[in-house]
Design a protein around this ligand. Structure first.
Ligand code: PNS
Length: 159
């Protein structure tokens, strides 16, 4: 059987425990998972792409089934060149649905052979987003339990 490769794209600025939970679930669905970090010129990130790659690598360890890369351009092009047939996205609340549906349908139009699958993280992470985590950390709040410890430490030293 051909290897099943999943692409897990996002900004991951920074990776949260919700992302990590989705990654673990994706890992069970696929032989390999590629975490693909968008290089987005229009957003000013807190962490550079190399910093985000290094943090995620530190957190996932040396699992050979997980690779981490950055990308620009169309996601479906990366999926094609990397041999991925699945795009994994996490769904939290209903409010995520509309944006995710639009992206999934657009990606399907661009590349019908690639399937988007939505995974639900543990309910305790359903309100956790990178944006809110950054806001809380910037204002001096405690984000332990919401992000992996190396991310918490980087947030504390950044603010
Ligand atoms: O974590 P995010 O910021 O919600 O992730 C968004 C992401 C990276 C999945 C999305 O912006 C994306 O796939 N960008 C690549 C550009 C693209 O392929 N656009 C057309 C399909 S919608």
């Amino acid at each position: 059987m051909p290897e099943r490769v999943a692409l897990y794209p996002g900004s991951f600025d920074p990776l949260t425990n919700g992302h990590l939970d989705i990654l673990a679930r994706a890992r069970r669905l696929a032989d390999r998972v590629i975490v693909a970090i968008l290089e987005n010129d229009s957003k000013t990130p807190l962490f550079s792409v190399p910093e985000r790659i290094a943090m995620i690598r530190e957190i996932v360890g040396d699992d050979p089934a997980i690779s981490i890369r950055s990308f620009h351009g169309l996601l479906v092009d990366i999926a094609r060149t990397d041999g991925a047939t699945l795009i994994v996205r996490g769904l939290r609340a209903v409010s995520d649905y509309e944006y995710e549906l639009q992206m999934a349908l657009m990606n399907r139009r661009l590349s019908p052979a690639i399937e988007t699958v939505f995974l639900m993280a543990k309910e305790e992470f359903s309100y956790v987003s990178s944006r809110l985590v950054k806001e809380v950390a910037r204002l001096g709040g405690d984000v332990s339990g919401l992000v992996p410890e190396p991310v918490r430490q980087k947030l504390v030293s950044r603010f």
